[in-house]
Structure formats: structure tokens, C-alpha cells
Design a protein around this ligand. Structure first.
Ligand code: CTP
Length: 415
């Protein structure tokens, strides 16, 4: 927590109904010792008042580029340079368009243009506005410019009867993301945040027998799944880890079920339900041998090569994602191991498997991810993609579990 203590955050509040949620973001950041300086766009002032924002941030609220007193005292260039991170929440369609177009006609956009600091935006708008090709084009431009995104989430909108992707990420999610940005483990692994929750995780490879001594396998080490189990246990969850054959010790405080095959993994995972969060980190073999021999296959005298017939294994992630409401865990997260077009394939996988998030990673041999200790992941949700920097697998696990805990708290209330 000490790490966040000295962090200076400039929070730009855009003009949308979600602006009221920023009061909660300010409160939570201040509780954790961040200095929060707020800028309200003209439109934002229709939704929240400088008075309430100022009372919570305990600092002057800036509203206009041509407020000469404020400009003399601090100046938009200094304001943008003094910050450790600039957060835009809610980022409206209009604000995103201005950012993508390089406009600087008010204080908020001038600060965004002048800054050399990281920028995180939390889009919020009507689903049709988010889906509009212009907004999607702007989002692509902003991502290419290095702007980080959180959300938007799917769900009910403020307008009656409207739902879809466009809701601003919840304050707890935004704060967890900021903490993750600063690598503040104390904040994103607050003990007890998952107390009373059951987290189911699959890990490792599966072994599909050819005969009693031979099998089909893959290079998965199980490290990422075991790191996730340790992170969830550290946050107070009851954790069931269903693991294929790996050489790793049981993480402390985790119920570990060791299995061999995909069929056994599916049975163990299904039997472990209900769960609040299910994370499928296992590299399940796609096929098994349908004609596996009961006895060791001998080399034929005339060198007749044995023929292996393969059948497809059950898809565990898909099976659990498609369970009816009530049986399905509230949050289902899959992994996507890809060697090319990583995010594009992951997007398709999220839809085809029916899960909520996909953690996509590049497992090309050159990356050293398979079996290694480091990982570079992209979190693909209904709202978009978050690109995380390269970090060790335990950090990826801590960040993902914190993100999942915040999401669960925001969508289903505390445990
Ligand atoms: N998965 C699963 N059961 C399977 C295959 C995959 O639960 N039989 C899960 C993995 O744990 C992972 C996700 O599905 O969370 C995607 O796995 P991946 O190997 O990337 O995808 P596949 O479905 O195997 O597709 P492909 O190999 O064609 O890319």
C-alpha cells in the first residue's frame, strides 16, 4: 500500500451519467493514500458538481482551460507532467473522438495532449454509440497510441430497457486496475476480498494414453494455473485446483485434485461445482486415442507401424460456460494459447466457448512462455482488450485474481 501512497493521479471526468461513480473512485483512491486532482469537462458539470468532487478529492477542482488564476498557479502543461497516471472516467464517445483526433480545445483535452504520462480510460456510453464504427475506429487509434482501456462492461444501461456493452467499469475494478498499473501488490491482493467464495482452477497438461506406458502430452508446466490458485487462496478464497500431471507442489491452503486425462479433468471440475469463479488454465489435449491398447504395443516383426485413431476430447471450458444460470459460475475465464493473430483468435474463442473473459498469450517457442516463468497476456472481455506488459506468472495471476474479485464484488455484491 505504501507504493500507492505517493502516487499522483489526474482524474478527468467526462460528461456522462456514469460520472457519479467517479466519486467512489476518488474516495477509494484517497483511502489508499493517492493524491487525486480532478478535471471536470463542461458536460461533466451537468452530472456532478465541482463542490462534491472537491470535497472528496480535498483539492481544487479544475474546470476550464481559460481559468487564468488556475492556469497561472499550475498550468495545464505542468498539471499533465506532474501526474503519475491520467485516468479518464467516464470516457464519453465525444471525449474519445477528441483524443483520437488530437483536439485540445478545453482543459481536459489540452492536458491529454500535453502529457507524456500513461493514460487509462474507462469508456461509458450507450451500446449503440460504443458499437458505432466511428467509436470503434477511435478506440483502435487510441490503443495504437498506447492508451490503456478498462471496460466498457456489458450490462444494463441507465436508460430503461437498454442493455449491451457500454457500461463503465465499476469503481472497484477501476481502482484495482490502477493498483495493478503501479504494481501495488498490497492493494490488489487485499486479504479476505474473496473470503467465502469458491474458485475453481484447471492447470497443467493432460496425458492421453496410447497404451499403459505411452501417452500424448504437451509442454504445459502448470505454473500459471498453480500461481492463480496461490493468488486466489491468498485472497481468502476456497480454491479447488484440478491439475494434470505436473511436477509442482500443492500451493498452501488449496484443495488439489490430480488427474491424468481430459475426461478425468472434466469429471473432477464438474464434481467440484458450484463455484463463483472458474478459470481454465489447463492445456487440455484436444484429442485422445480411441483405440488405446490395454497391453504395451510391441514393435511388429515386419515393422508394421501401429495406427492411432484419434477422437476429440470434451471441451471442459465450453461445457462449464454453457451450464444453465444457477449452475454456471458467475465469472468464467478461459486461456487462449496462440502462436499467431493472438488477440483475433482469442476474441473468436471467447464467443465460441461462451466464457466471459479470455486471457490470451503467445506461446510461440521464441517467447519461452510454455514452461517459462514469464508471460505477456491480453485480457479479452465483451468490452474490449487490455494489454498487460510482460511480467512473471505470479504477477499475472495476482492481477487477474484481483480483477476477477473486483468484478465479482461489483456484479454480485460482496460474499
Ligand atoms: N480447453 C478446455 N478443454 C479442452 C480444450 C481447451 O477446457 N478440451 C480450455 C483451455 O483450458 C483454455 C481454452 O479452452 O482455457 C482454450 O484452449 P486452447 O488450447 O487455446 O484452445 P483450443 O480449444 O484447444 O483450440 P485450438 O487448439 O484449436 O486453438
Amino acid at each position: 500500500m505504501a507504493e500507492l501512497q505517493s502516487k499522483r493521479i489526474v482524474l478527468i471526468i467526462g460528461g456522462g451519467i456514469a460520472a457519479y461513480k467517479c466519486l467512489e473512485v476518488i474516495r477509494r483512491l484517497r483511502e489508499r493514500g493517492c493524491a487525486v486532482r480532478c478535471i471536470l469537462t463542461r458536460a461533466a458539470q451537468q452530472f456532478v458538481t465541482p463542490l462534491s468532487v472537491g470535497a472528496l478529492s480535498n483539492d481544487a477542482v479544475l474546470t476550464d482551460l481559460f481559468d487564468l488564476d488556475a492556469e497561472r498557479e499550475i498550468g495545464h502543461i505542468r498539471l499533465s507532467r506532474d501526474a503519475d497516471l491520467i485516468v479518464v472516467a467516464p470516457a464519453t464517445a465525444d471525449l474519445m473522438a477528441k483524443m483520437a483526433g488530437g483536439h485540445a480545445d478545453d482543459l481536459a483535452t489540452a492536458v491529454l495532449m500535453a502529457t507524456d504520462k500513461p493514460v487509462l480510460i474507462a469508456p461509458a456510453m450507450n451500446p449503440r454509440m460504443w458499437a458505432h464504427p466511428a467509436t470503434q475506429r477511435n478506440a483502435t487509434t487510441l490503443r495504437a497510441d498506447g492508451i490503456q482501456f478498462i471496460g466498457p462492461n456489458a450490462g444494463e444501461m441507465a436508460e430503461r430497457g437498454e442493455s449491451g456493452v457500454g457500461r463503465m467499469a465499476e469503481p472497484a475494478e477501476i481502482v484495482a486496475r490502477i493498483a495493478h498499473h503501479f504494481g501495488d501488490e498490497a492493494l490488489h491482493t487485499t486479504p479476505g476480498t474473496l473470503a467465502g467464495r469458491h474458485v475453481l482452477i484447471t492447470a497443467g497438461p493432460t496425458h492421453e494414453p496410447i497404451d499403459p506406458v505411452r501417452y500424448i502430452a504437451n509442454r504445459s508446466s502448470g505454473k500459471q494455473g498453480f500461481a492463480l490458485a496461490a493468488a486466489a487462496a491468498a485472497m481468502g478464497a476456497n480454491v479447488t485446483l484440478v491439475s494434470g500431471p505436473v511436477g509442482l507442489p500443492d500451493p498452501a491452503g488449496v484443495r488439489v485434485l490430480r488427474v491424468e486425462t481430459a475426461t478425468e479433468m472434466l469429471a473432477a471440475a464438474t464434481a467440484a461445482l458450484p463455484a463463483d469463479i472458474a478459470i481454465f488454465a489447463a492445456a487440455v489435449a484436444d484429442w485422445r486415442v480411441s483405440n488405446a491398447a490395454d497391453e504395451k504395443i510391441k514393435k511388429g516383426a515386419k515393422a508394421a507401424l501401429p495406427k492411432l485413431e484419434l477422437v476429440e476430447n470434451p471441451d471442459i471450458l465450453s461445457a462449464i460456460s454453457h451450464l444453465p444460470p444457477g449452475q454456471r459460475p458467475a465469472l468464467v475465464i478461459g486461456f487462449a494459447a496462440e502462436t499467431e493473430h493472438v488477440v483475433e483468435h482469442a476474441r473468436k474463442k471467447r464467443k465460441s466457448k461462451g466464457c466471459d473473459w479470455i486471457v490470451a498469450n503467445d506461446v510461440s517457442p521464441a517467447t519461452g512462455v510454455m514452461g517459462g516463468n514469464r508471460n505477456t497476456v491480453h485480457i479479452v472481455t465483451a468490452g474490449g482488450v487490455e494489454d498487460w506488459p510482460e511480467m512473471d506468472k505470479q504477477k499475472v495471476a495476482d492481477g487477474l485474481i484481483a480483477r476477477a474479485a473486483a468484478h465479482l464484488e461489483a456484479t454480485t455484491g460482496s460474499a
